[in-house]
Design a protein around this ligand. Sequence first.
Ligand code: SF4
Ligand code: FES
Length: 265
Amino acid sequence: MIRVVINGKACTAEKGESLLSVARRKGIDIPAFCYEETLAPYGACRMCLVEVVKGAQEGITTACTLAAAEGLEVLTQTSEIVSLRRALIELYLAQAPRSEAIRALAQRYGIQKTRFARKVRPDDPLQNRCILCGLCVRICHDVMGAGAINYIGRGHFTEINTPFYEESAVCMGCGACARVCPTQAIAFEDIVQTRTMKSWSGTRVPLHACSKCGRHFAPAPFVNYARQKLAPDLQQTPLRLCPDCRSREIARKAVLLSTGAAVAD
Ligand code: SF4
Ligand code: FES
């Protein structure tokens, strides 16, 4: 373990751990949109700016890409940092005017409106909430290995969607993109046997049925993908039941075990 100092407060950290991760562990608030623990730091949104006052690279940098090192000292709330953050928030208010996460942050920083032209599209599949942080693209490609979505267009017209705005043949409907999106821009819905990724060109994915109650509960391509990742003897058991039936099954087995009875799958 090593020692870093944030806002004058000594904190322990693992060598190489990101400064943002250390700050979060210590309850020190640094706003951040494009940081996700399962992905390598990317430094795209610039919200996590901090000032290094003692360390190898003194000056303003992003906390998510700053590795903790012995003796590192940073400040997170200087007037310059706050002023830069306020400008960024205004930009994001223009880019994603319907995002509640951005509006909430703006409110915390006392920002009522943006000086920049608002980018509102009535038919935006990302509900005018996308800040182009890239987390959805990266989790889909780097973690899920699907690569169903990507950046499209340039400059002011950049957006995220499937290639040629066509239904994706490789999307598993796992929803990892929606889980990591910091602005809740990604929409999907489950109706009976089908999941529709509304934000991704209406890509449709069949839902897997529970082998006990028959309810469709999880995207079938994702269930198949997860099965392949499990050890052969586990490939059937955990994924065949919906969460409700699985809980009942676990409870049933627990009761049988407590009575000393034999338990069958
Ligand atoms: S949809 Fe969400 S996760 Fe994807 S780029 Fe936009 S803000 Fe980031
Ligand atoms: S969280 Fe650090 S740049 Fe986005």
